[in-house]
Design a protein around this ligand. Structure first.
Ligand code: B16
Ligand code: MG
Length: 222
């Protein structure tokens, strides 16, 4: 392998499963407002920004609140979420993520994070993966949420690798759409019926072998 590519990883749902913690915190918040909140609804918040998530929950509950209350609820939700992630450790890394990161690093490929989360750095530190990334683009760097390609385009720029030479791993529909809009190769991690817009789909990283990665290194999105 010699051609240098940029591999951009989403965080929640790709490297770690923090959706369960978002769920607990959003559920407590929704219930405190008298709004019910299901696992299915939580699915619809994957890859969605914090602001947009709260807007959606309020819409589901037919509630309208003041700007001050909105800001207070966002803060409260994040405080509870931070409590959950403060207890995270390396056991929460999803299967075979370290194997893929190590392989890419041995092969001298570019590695970036492209997440909507404003807590991405804290999480990567907790699971001790932060040093594996050449650059980290998170919710504090972007103005436009996925499916806008901004987060991945910033990643490609920071890696100094053209978008057409970048490959994105994503678990959300909006994230796959963002990768496609950025003209990058999109790899869906999760359910094929949900992520059908992706160029390739795998249940998780255990299904991805070295040969597949090596082929990506010599491929280009057309
Ligand atoms: P925070 P990703 C996304 O992360 C999550 O999937 C989404 O559920 C969450 O609302 C969003 O980050 C914002 O997270 O509240 O921590 O800023 O999948 O893009 O890595
Ligand atoms: Mg995700």
């Amino acid at each position: 392998m010699h051609m240098k590519k940029g591999f951009i990883f989403d965080l929640d749902g790709v490297i770690v499963d923090t959706a369960k913690y978002h769920f607990l915190a959003w559920q407590n918040l929704a219930n405190s407002l008298g709004i019910s909140f299901s696992v299915e609804q939580n699915e619809q918040l994957k890859g969605v920004s914090r602001i947009r998530s709260l807007e959606k929950i309020l819409a589901w509950g037919n509630k309208s609140i003041s700007e001050e209350e909105f800001a207070r609820l966002m803060h409260e939700k994040n405080e509870e979420y931070l409590q959950y992630i403060s207890r995270m450790d390396t056991t929460e890394i999803l299967p075979d993520v370290p194997r893929i990161l190590d392989h890419l690093s041995t092969e001298k490929q570019g590695i970036a994070l492209g997440s909507a989360s404003k807590n991405a750095r804290v999480i990567l530190e907790k699971v001790q993966l932060i040093d594996k990334f050449h650059t980290i683009v998170d919710g504090t760097d972007v103005t436009k949420a996925k499916p806008d390609p901004e987060v991945f385009l910033i990643g490609s720029k920071q890696l100094n690798i053209a978008p057409e030479d970048c490959i994105v791993f994503e678990d959300s529909v909006a994230g796959v759409q963002a990768a496609n809009a950025a003209h990058m190769i999109s790899i869906g991690i999760g359910d094929a019926s949900v992520l059908h817009e992706a160029d390739y789909i795998f249940k998780d990283f255990t299904e991805i072998n070295k040969e597949f990665i090596n082929n990506l290194v010599s491929a280009r999105k057309v």
